[in-house]
Design a protein around this ligand. Structure first.
Ligand code: PGA
Length: 260
């Protein structure tokens, strides 16, 4: 499977800076002289269209960047002020949509059931949801990581999830934006657990991409991305710096610790 490095820009960037950042990344990806992972950019909803246009303009041969978004509504359309449907994201050229990010679970009270309905909408619209799961620091300290992951994976994935139509991101909440990361064996253990849970409920999981997210940067990417069962990364802060983001892309092994 081809690994995936996805940049989650969160609520950062204005029109001009987003265009410049996307242009820089798209040009580097198109000019890559050796095989690199798939690269996706997930700008804020209001910038998705502009970033999509930049990606399209840069697509003159060479590898192209995939477009993604950070959230979608479970419904196709209707009276949901301020929300964005998966169908609109698809129409704007998206391939991916992040759902269930811990910041949305915390800021907007999203439950596993909400996340599941959003992932199902993504599937119905022809998008690949990047479904996020991860324990808080208190849960890890209480030894509940395995139970939390099991509950979130079971509750957040739609029944129709397959290795081809879904990506899972393991993002320990305490590692997001903090500069702290779990150890490589801790990451590998959770990825192995997620793959086994997926196989039980959804069938073949060998081709399932399970990303690690939380304080991935150029300086730790090689170590984290080589962990067993890690098939790429969901990158927040470091994805806003094209030099560091590129270091992460280059550090990603093309046959990552991958197999179950
Ligand atoms: P971070 O964020 O890389 O800034 O820790 C990751 C994420 O929240 O997706």
């Amino acid at each position: 499977m081809t690994p995936l490095i996805a940049g989650n820009w969160k609520m950062n960037g204005l029109l001009a800076s987003a265009r410049t950042l996307a242009e820089t990344i798209a040009a580097k990806v198109a000019g890559a002289t050796r095989a690199i992972p798939e690269v996706a950019l997930c700008p804020p909803a209001a910038l998705v269209h502009a970033v999509g246009q930049v990606i399209e303009q840069q697509a003159k041969g060479g590898q192209t960047v995939a477009l993604g978004a950070q959230d979608c509504h479970p419904k196709e359309k209707g009276a949901h002020t301020g929300d964005t449907s998966a169908w609109l994201l698809k129409d704007m050229g998206c391939r991916y949509v992040i759902v269930g990010h811990s910041e949305r679970r915390a800021d907007h009270g999203e439950t596993d059931a909400t996340v599941q309905s959003k992932a199902a909408a993504a599937h119905a619209a022809g998008l690949i949801p990047i479904v996020c799961v991860g324990e808080t620091e208190a849960e890890r300290d209480r030894g509940e990581t395995e139970a939390v992951i099991a509950r979130q994976v079971a509750g957040s994935l739609p029944a129709a999830a397959t290795a081809a139509n879904t990506v899972i991101a393991y993002e320990p909440v305490w590692a997001i934006g903090t500069g702290r990361t779990p150890t490589v064996p801790e990451i590998a253990a959770v990825h192995t657990q997620i793959r086994a849970l997926f196989a039980q409920r959804h069938g073949a999981a060998d081709g399932l991409r399970i990303l690690y997210g939380g304080s991935v940067k150029g300086s730790n990417a090689a170590e984290v991305l080589a962990a067993k069962g890690v098939n790429g990364a969901l990158v927040g802060g470091a994805s806003l710096d094209p030099v560091d983001f590129w270091r992460i892309i280059e550090a990603c092994p093309m046959s990552p610790g991958g197999a179950p």
